[in-house]
Design a protein around this ligand. Structure first.
Ligand code: SF4
Length: 195
């Protein structure tokens, strides 16, 4: 209950979405989820991810900033799901409301494009040197998904997320290729594998 009003749970909210909105949210979660997995695989194999040093690092921002680049109806739905996950996840936040001490971000496949695309300078340098890769730019794919096949500049506001199905599959496949490359390197923080 909040302010005497019952708020739907995470799962209830998802199940109540109209089909086209649910399709877009599923696409967003699939790609944000595989980007988040890439970050996880990189993080357990590198030394310079900032949050490990003081429990907050780059996540010392407010809720609105953490929602940057979540757009349109898809972005609104993702924000609602984030709020429900936060409400349903134990532990007190510090800095950003979605951050938990010793765990980092609880959002995983619900992170915003801004958070997924952020890399600290020293971490970026270590990633290039250790794995011989550039971290892929992540905002563009998530923006395309959030547009849901619409072209507002041309006056086209009809949702057609199925038009992005092939794009989503290809983006997922390419990201898994990078993940499999990173997985060839030794784990440096085995205690964080299950976080
Ligand atoms: S949403 Fe997650 S990744 Fe983004 S600032 Fe908050 S804790 Fe950090």
């Amino acid at each position: 209950m909040r302010n005497g009003r019952r708020v739907s749970s995470f799962n209830e909210y998802l199940e109540a979405l109209p089909p086209e909105e649910a399709h877009m949210v599923a696409q967003y979660r699939k790609i944000a989820g595989v980007y988040n997995l890439l970050w996880h695989e990189i993080t357990v194999r590198t030394y310079n991810s900032e949050w490990r040093e003081d429990g907050v690092g780059s996540c010392g921002i407010d809720k609105a900033t953490s929602e940057d680049l979540l757009e349109g109806s898809c972005g609104s739905n993702i924000i609602s799901l984030r709020e429900r996950r936060n409400y349903e996840t134990p532990g007190r936040s510090m800095a950003c409301p979605y951050h938990r001490p010793d765990r980092g971000c609880i959002l995983e496949e619900l992170k915003s494009p801004r958070c997924l695309d952020h890399v600290d300078y020293r971490h970026d340098a270590e990633i290039k040197e250790r794995f011989g890769i550039e971290v892929p730019e992540m905002r563009t794919a998530l923006r395309i998904i959030q547009l849901g096949g619409r072209n507002p500049k041309e006056g086209d506001f009809e949702l057609k997320p199925h038009l992005n199905d092939d794009f989503v599959e290809e983006t997922y496949r390419q990201t898994m290729e990078i993940i499999n490359h990173v997985r060839n390197f030794p784990v440096l923080h085995p205690e964080e594998l299950l976080i």
